[in-house]
Design a protein around this ligand. Structure first.
Ligand SMILES: [Cu+2]
Length: 343
């Protein structure tokens, strides 16, 4: 498990300020590693045996930053994103948006030694200042038999903080594993189409009942990749693009064969994603940007998915033994509608 995170030397309440303050450091499994003198000897180490293959689950738990992830001298094979199987995809670098997970196979096929496993922020809104610290944060892959005097092999990280093309290449090349566990074909019939725009300084929502939506990322302050996360459902990502979505041009390029399945998708800066999902989970479900500071800006909305025609497609009433709040009925009343809310 590789957990990417952030560390602030500030009151946590300050993180609600807009724009959110820049973090002091990024972390791998809670450790900032040797990029800072004070944490030089506190670096996550993954011990491996030459020739063996390991399954890494990488999680971006950072509050507001996409992160590139790379292992020196090793390629990995991505097998799942957001816990949905993918066609095995070999890559030397990956991008994770806040809240995203990637599972990847790592084969220890290099000479016995030590290799940096590193992250660095990706900021697609490059015109925004101040920029986060552009330090590479390291952890280590340590082969059994490696001597501690060996200096680790370094990763060549994407050179630009706004390496949009590197991020886009990784994101857009993922496809789902057709016929794999839990795989379901993308529905061809669409009941409702939706077009949703979003951006800093501009909010326009034109909503109807869910089933398919094109999400258009616009902005009058700056364009930026917003990691949009949907509760209650996985969705198919049929396509990504830059600029405006033009149905006559873009609709025929959508992937209806093996589109990736996600619950979080990074909308390209100034671009669009085409999503499709089946509204088969009644309740009230939030669809929001996974950068927490963008929620007060308004990049959040709720799908209210109504009950279907049968008991199997309807939300059941709460069980009779569900604890009831009794101390102040003016604050809480027993649910009268079959609506569930998840955070
Ligand atoms: Cu956002």
């Amino acid at each position: 498990m590789i957990m990417q995170g952030q560390w602030w030397d500030t009151d946590i309440e300050q993180l609600n300020l807009r724009p959110a303050p820049i973090c002091e450091a990024y972390l791998i499994n809670g450790l900032a590693g040797d990029s800072y003198p004070c944490s030089e000897n506190r670096m996550f180490k993954l011990k491996v045996i030459q020739g063996k293959t390991y399954l890494l689950r990488i999680i971006n738990a950072a509050l507001n930053t996409h992160l590139f992830f790379k292992i020196a001298d090793h390629n990995v094979t991505v097998v799942s994103v957001d816990a949905a199987y993918t066609t095995p995809y070999g890559s030397d670098v990956m991008i994770l948006t806040p809240g995203q997970t990637v599972d990847a196979l790592l084969t220890a096929d290099q000479p016995i030694g030590m290799y940096y496993m590193s992250i660095i922020p990706y900021l697609s809104a490059s015109s925004l200042a101040p920029a986060p610290p552009r330090k590479v944060i390291n952890s280590l892959i340590v082969y059994k038999g490696a001597t501690s005097t060996t200096s680790p092999s370094r990763s060549l990280m994407p050179s630009q903080i706004n390496s949009v093309s590197t991020a886009h290449r990784f994101s857009s090349n993922i496809t789902s594993l057709v016929g794999g566990p839990y795989w379901t074909p993308v529905p061809r019939h669409v009941d409702e189409k939706m077009f949703v725009t979003m951006g800093l300084g501009l909010e326009q929502y034109a909503l109807r009942k869910p089933s398919v939506l094109v999400r258009q990322n616009t902005g009058i302050i700056t364009t930026e990749s917003h990691p949009m996360h949907l509760h209650g459902f996985n969705f198919y990502v049929l396509g990504y693009g830059f600029g405006n979505y033009v149905p006559a041009r873009d609709a025929k390029k959508l992937n209806l064969v093996n589109p990736q399945m996600h619950n979080t998708v990074g909308v390209p800066p100034g671009g669009w994603v085409a999503l499709r999902f089946i509204a088969n989970n009644p309740g009230a479900w939030i669809f929001h940007c996974h950068m927490d500071a963008h929620l007060p800006y308004g990049i959040i909305m709720v799908f209210i998915v109504e009950n279907g025609p049968t008991p199997e497609t309807s939300l059941q009433p709460p069980p009779s033994n569900l604890p009831q709040c009794t101390h102040d009925p003016t604050i809480y009343e027993s649910p009268t509608t079959n609506v569930g809310l998840s955070y």
